[in-house]
Design a protein around this ligand. Structure first.
Ligand code: NAP
Length: 280
């Protein structure tokens, strides 16, 4: 009798652009693990039904992305400390009894990539206050940065993130601004774009050369395209910069460890990601 391969995947909508399958399938194949990672693109009305069909489909774990990172919380039997503190999960393990345990590897991925870049920011400007921004701000606050200034077009979201952070991390000074220029990049050493602005070719560039200064590192979480207008601006100004591929890689590597119980083959996952990007 041949065993059915274990199934893993990414749950979200829309996710056709995702590079996660190439990264995870390369890792499964390198470690000779009989498993497959695929996309589960679900409309909101399909989400609950999907969660009810996990055992039947032999789905043993999955990543969660927009717009379900918070909605999934209600279905988790247990939550890692990171999930409880951030209020969002991006990795879920299904146990033998069909119960779900949630993790947040986005914040671990961002932290690991900053470490690889040897970045120790002190004053940070953050654009966005959604799912990714929550993980990033949590990672930065855990690093005990001195100041985090947050801007989101939806002030309700930035204020709610501010309240959560402010009550949990007394060592960091948090500010919310209602205009982009309120971020005052001149006194920051890191700018993080955790908004979707830059994903579409028609998106504007949020800053001008005059907003930048030589000590600013520009980190855009977007990885498709690899070079957003913000990254081009940073390049032209001779600043250090990163796109979102490093964070994607490391969040995937931490998720893979949860899925397989094995050390992730990070280099193989990185090569697979780069190949995937080239094909796009
Ligand atoms: P999200 O939950 O929708 O959050 C994005 C936030 O940005 C929302 O609050 C949105 O407000 C706000 N926003 C939209 N336009 C803005 C603008 N012009 N100025 C300021 N804020 C604006 O999305 P997400 O899941 O956090 O993802 C955000 C980005 O990060 C996406 O590009 C995603 O691909 C990327 N990401 C990368 C990684 C990685 O591993 N590299 C991981 C996660 C996400 P509204 O809701 O009002 O529009």
């Amino acid at each position: 009798m041949t065993l059915k391969p274990k199934l893993y995947g990414l749950v979200g909508f829309p996710i056709k652009h995702s590079l996660s399958p190439c990264m995870h399938n390369a890792a499964f194949s390198a470690l000779k693990i009989k498993a497959k990672y695929q996309l589960f693109e679900l409309e909101p009305k399909q989400f609950r039904g999907f969660l009810g069909s996990l055992k039947q489909k032999n789905i043993c774990g999955f990543n969660v992305t927009y717009p379900y990172k918070e909605e999934i919380l209600a279905f988790l039997s247990s939550k890692s400390l990171g999930v409880r503190e951030i209020g969002a999960a991006n990795t879920v393990i299904v146990n033998k009894a069909g119960k779900l345990k949630g993790f947040n590897t986005d914040y671990l991925g961002f932290t690991a990539h900053l470490k690889e870049l040897k970045l120790k920011p002190k004053k940070v400007a953050l654009i966005g206050a959604g799912g990714a921004a929550k993980a990033v701000s949590f990672a930065l606050a855990k690093m005990k940065i001195a100041q985090l200034c947050i801007y989101d077009i939806d002030k309700f979201k930035s204020l709610s993130l501010f309240k959560k952070l402010n009550s949990s991390f007394p060592k960091t000074k948090f500010d919310v601004v209602s205009r982009l220029d309120g971020l005052n990049l001149q006194d920051k050493d890191l700018l993080v774009n955790a908004s979707p602005v830059g994903m579409r070719l028609t998106d504007p560039c949020l800053f001008t050369p005059a907003d930048l200064h030589p000590g600013l590192f520009v980190y855009d979480l977007i990885y498709s395209p690899l070079e957003t207008k913000l990254i081009s601006l940073a390049k032209e100004a001779n600043l250090n910069f990163s796109n979102g591929l490093g964070m994607l890689l490391y969040q995937g590597a931490f998720a893979f460890k949860h899925f397989s119980g094995r050390q992730p083959p990070v280099k193989i996952m990185q090569d697979a990601l780069l190949k995937g990007v080239m094909r796009k």
